[in-house]
Design a protein around this ligand. Structure first.
Ligand code: NDP
Length: 263
């Protein structure tokens, strides 16, 4: 299938590792030029160079903390000045949390609200002039936790639920500009961060990281294993393509069957 993506330009937040990096590579493999951002500049620059060399596409990278309004506004200004149009925006940057509601202070809530919700609001709003030039695609990387909460991360569950609702409202509004907005809700996707967590928690129980991950996946998912970032990235790429032209305002679960209801 020709996905008709060659020569398009995509901006991916958190494109330096994990899911964002896999999506960046998968889009680059289709000939998409990239704008990547993250906080750790050296890692971002290294991955950007590798992608540009391997796939012969343009990859520009910017050090931005997307949870910080001033940095994001500055970033949006630079993008608007430097690029004539943008075809794809992927709001991916995010992070799990670990807290009890009774003891989590307000600033913790506000940080994740800014990271998971306001970054997507600000980028979708600020980049609209560029996105509507050719008609574009916005994908919001939420989580299965938006509808099926994990007990240890109420702030993550709540802010991801808000991102999903924002995404639906955005889809309704922006389709009049020819911009398709959808949400992806991943389940367990193996990333370096998961491996580190599994090593730490496994050690406490006297089991290896692999044993810890394997048990977790078998407990949670009918498929009995973690997904790879690449398996998920394929799905993102398809949703970015004009071949998904009738897909608007939907939420797609890529979770090995973990979602426990019919939706
Ligand atoms: P990783 O921790 O592997 O990668 C996160 C990426 O986001 C990195 O590039 C990181 O770079 C960047 N990032 C984090 N915080 C910020 C910030 N404040 N400003 C700019 N960039 C930032 O995470 P995953 O790949 O696992 O997760 C990606 C998304 O997928 C997240 O939104 C997550 O909630 C979601 N998700 C992940 C699942 C999983 O199982 N892995 C399951 C469901 C959803 P840097 O640190 O340099 O800023």
């Amino acid at each position: 299938m020709d996905l008709q993506l060659k020569g398009k330009r995509a901006l991916i937040t958190g494109g330096s590792v994990g899911i964002g990096l896999a999506v960046a590579e998968a889009l680059a493999a289709e000939g998409v030029n990239l704008i990547l951002c993250a906080r750790n500049l050296s890692r971002l620059e290294e991955e950007s160079r590798k992608i540009a060399t391997k796939f012969q596409v343009e990859v520009d990278c910017f050090q931005v903390d997307v949870s910080q309004q001033d940095q994001l506004e500055h970033f949006i200004q630079k993008i608007t000045q430097n690029y004539q149009s943008l075809d794809i925006l992927i709001n991916n940057a995010g992070q799990g949390t670990n807290e009890k509601i009774e003891s989590a202070p307000d600033d913790r809530w506000y940080y994740y609200w800014d990271l998971h919700v306001m970054a997507a609001v600000r980028l979708s709003r600020g980049l609209l002039p560029l996105l509507k030039i050719n008609g574009g695609v916005i994908l919001n990387n939420s989580s299965i936790c938006a509808v099926q909460p994990l007990g240890y991360e109420p702030i993550y569950n709540t802010t991801k639920a808000a991102l999903s609702m924002f995404s639906k409202c955005l889809a309704n509004e922006y389709i009049s500009y020819g911009i398709r907005v959808n949400t992806v809700n991943p389940g367990l996707i193996i990333t370096p961060d998961w491996r580190k967590t599994a090593k730490d928690l496994g050690e406490k129980e006297g089991i290896s990281a692999d044993e810890y991950l394997d048990r977790l996946a078998k407990d949670y998912t009918p498929i009995g294993r973690f997904g790879t970032p690449e398996e998920l990235a394929n799905f993102f790429v398809f949703l970015c393509s004009p071949m998904a032209s009738y897909s608007v305002g939907s939420t797609y679960y890529i979770d090995g069957g973990w979602l426990n209801v019919v939706k």
